[in-house]
Design a protein around this ligand. Sequence first.
Ligand SMILES: NC(=O)C1=CN([C@@H]2O[C@H](COP(=O)(O)OP(=O)(O)OC[C@H]3O[C@@H](n4cnc5c(N)ncnc54)[C@H](O)[C@@H]3O)[C@@H](O)[C@H]2O)C=CC1
Ligand SMILES: CC(C)CC(=O)C(=O)O
Ligand SMILES: [Mg+2]
Length: 354
Amino acid sequence: MQENKTAQIAVLAGDYIGPEIMAAGLKVLQAVSEEGRFEYKIHEEPFGGAAIDQAGDPLPQQTLETCQQSDAILLAAIGGPKWDQAPKRPEAGLLEIRKALNLFANIRPTAISSAMQQYSPIKNEKPVDFVIVRELTSGIYFGTPREKHADYALDTMRYTKEEVQRITHIAFQMAQKRRHHVTLVDKANVLATSKFWREIVGEIARDYPDVTYDTSYVDAASMKIISAPDQFDVILTENLFGDILSDESAEITGSLGTIPSMSQGSDGPALYEPIHGSAPDIAGKGIADPISMVKSVAMMLANTFDRQDLATEITDAINETISKQIMTPDLGGHANTDEVTQAIINSIQESRRA
Ligand SMILES: NC(=O)C1=CN([C@@H]2O[C@H](COP(=O)(O)OP(=O)(O)OC[C@H]3O[C@@H](n4cnc5c(N)ncnc54)[C@H](O)[C@@H]3O)[C@@H](O)[C@H]2O)C=CC1
Ligand SMILES: CC(C)CC(=O)C(=O)O
Ligand SMILES: [Mg+2]
């Protein structure tokens, strides 16, 4: 992104807690950008259930075009019981936008910071810091035929060589900037697609001699995420396994409500969103944890806009807020969304004055 150009950011607030946490994310973005530190323009568009209500489609053409013309996209969360019986559900819009923007690489970090250590449900002596690189635009969520009949139903898991190759390079390049280890998670003792992944990934691994490589079946990997999460650096996996393992991984950091993600293609805007859904069970109560959204803003600043300085200010402020035990109920706290957001903003402003 060109320096000194006003950043164009598409904002998709979505459904249920989506608008609540998006408001928090945007307030923190505004606070960290003050005094000309970062110039940006927000373009809000309907998406998901909100767009079904407004325009009859979860991904209206106008929303897609705004996203395509932006430098980055912030998404909160979509879906929920209101649209469970809709002919086209909000989730279909999510899959569509990922496909339309070719966002094939979904990066989901799992790290237990020292501020969060005491809220982790697992006993762990060693530092936990790994990242899931999830293939996002293929596999069983996209494969056809997909059919539901009276007496049987069918989904299709399909991967092409090129789809596996491109995500594999992302994973190994990421490992080169981290602790130089990749674990491929699959079910190669059963699935043809997994055997195919193993062949391709094993071959590409030889091009990265500075990165060690191993494999794990998904059932065992889900156990190790609880029992030995420090063993992982980069987990490379397909769409469905990555979806499931990333919620599990989030939970060992203390709460699903604290984890951001980045989805990127080979070019075009990246999309930043919490890994969780729209949490209908807590929507409207003002208690949603804003940290996942605020961290998504930080991830956007660091990755799309090359502003690691601002991203670090945000993450430091989050850690300080947690250290002061200003937390929403998912982390065992008593604060509401606004109080946590304001505490993060106060911390940013105080550290600037110091
Ligand atoms: N990217 C997206 O927009 C996603 C959308 N969904 C959709 O979201 C809807 C709800 O799905 P669920 O299965 O209930 O999963 P969910 O992720 O919305 O919620 C699971 C549990 O985590 C809690 N939780 C999630 N985010 C939280 C936050 N920020 N603060 C505090 N607690 C939080 C919820 O209260 C709930 O108890 C569904 O329609 C689903 O399809 C699900 C996952 C991703
Ligand atoms: C519609 C789902 C695939 C969304 C989800 O659970 C995710 O991307 O993590
Ligand atoms: Mg998921």
